[in-house]
Design a protein around this ligand. Structure first.
Ligand code: PHE
Length: 347
């Protein structure tokens, strides 16, 4: 082996290294090439070993040349390694990229039932006037639903409310008024409460009747409470719910637990008093029952009727909801048809 052979082989190794490097696409291929060129059994090591065949004075220079090529190739391989790593990193970022601007399908949301919407609104209006919200049981004693409200057994007023009885003295409450009696028996005046809730009557289902419906009762007891306070409170309620031009009209009526009693009409919310189909041309719609709490009821519930007076009112929440949203058939409120209910979404 001559010095020129070493030179020739080094040139070949470099050329081969260049060519191979072009083909390397990943780390294992690069490692294999590194082993082939620079490893213990690699080309350059073999060349170093063959230096023994050179003349002694030729060896230092040959050794330097071989080492220079080793360094050059080592540098190139490292450079390529860095390039590969960068490429791999870029690919990884691309694979894992998240498009934060991408929109996804909306999760379908439920809607609030119109009765609940009305109840929430009524509670907001009345609590802002200083009323507390009180609830009572739906399975009720005859005592609270009738007796303490001045409707004794065999009283003709019981016929007006076709009641579901569970036993002789236990029934499904036919009105929210029993909550009045319960509150008067347990709380001292001043009392200012509203009682929303479900009530039951043995009615046939039609466009304006259902055996289960919702009422909201109101009760105020204090010294010097007058009919004018009742009128003022209901006027404020009507305006808050339906607008400034809506007022109330009282017509004489009868309830055993109030004296005097009134049916309360509101200015028709559909035609604002002009007369239309909804109010049957009268300009008024009947919405509430109300009156001054009968002193007999106050006494039965343990309240001194000489010192205290009170007013009460009751309304049907279905009626309020139907007027509010222009619903003409009450059955729609109970059928749970999503096409109907989804209209009460506030988004
Ligand atoms: N409870 C009565 C009804 O259901 C309504 C009412 C409540 C009337 C309070 C007067 C006072 O018909």
């Amino acid at each position: 082996m001559a010095f020129s052979d070493i030179q020739e082989q080094l040139r070949a190794i470099r050329e081969e290294a260049e060519a191979q490097l072009q083909k390397v696409g990943d780390k294992p291929a690069l490692d294999a090439l590194k082993l082939k060129l620079l490893g213990k059994k690699g080309d350059l090591t073999a060349l170093l070993r063959s230096m023994g065949q050179l003349l002694p004075e030729e060896r230092p220079q040959a050794g330097q040349m071989i080492n220079a090529v080793r360094e050059e190739l080592t540098g190139k391989l490292e450079e390529f390694d860095a390039k590969l790593r960068k490429l791999e990193q870029e690919r990884k970022l691309e694979r894992e990229a998240i498009d934060v601007t991408e929109t996804r399908k909306r999760t379908p949301m439920g809607c609030i039932h119109p009765i609940s919407l009305v109840q929430e609104e009524l509670m907001r209006v009345f609590t802002s006037m200083g009323f507390d919200v009180v609830e009572g049981p739906e399975v009720e004693l005859d005592l609270y639903n009738f007796e303490l409200l001045n409707v004794p057994k065999n009283h003709p007023a019981r016929d007006a409310q076709d009641t579901f009885y569970i036993e002789d003295s236990i029934l499904l409450r036919s009105q929210t008024s029993p909550v009045q009696a319960r509150t008067m028996l347990t709380k001292k005046p001043p009392i200012r409460i509203i009682c929303p809730g479900r009530v039951y009557r043995a009615d046939e289902v039609d466009a304006t009747h259902s055996p289960v419906f919702h009422q909201m009762e109101g009760l105020v007891i204090d010294e010097d409470v007058t009919m004018a306070d009742l009128k003022g409170t209901l006027d404020a309620f009507a305006k808050a719910l339906y607008g400034e031009d809506v007022t109330t009209r009282f017509r004489p009526s009868f309830f055993p637990f109030t004296e005097p009693s009134a049916e309360v009409d509101l200015t028709c919310v559909n035609c604002h008093g002009k007369g239309c189909r909804v109010c049957k041309g009268t300009g008024w719609i009947e919405v509430l029952g109300a009156g001054m709490v009968n002193p007999k009821v106050l006494e039965m519930c343990g309240i001194d009727s000489k010192r205290y007076r009170g007013f009460a009112f009751g309304l049907g929440m279905e009626r309020i909801a139907m007027l509010r949203y222009g619903i003409t058939d009450m059955r729609l409120l109970y059928e749970n048809d999503v096409r109907f209910l989804s209209q009460f979404r506030d988004d």
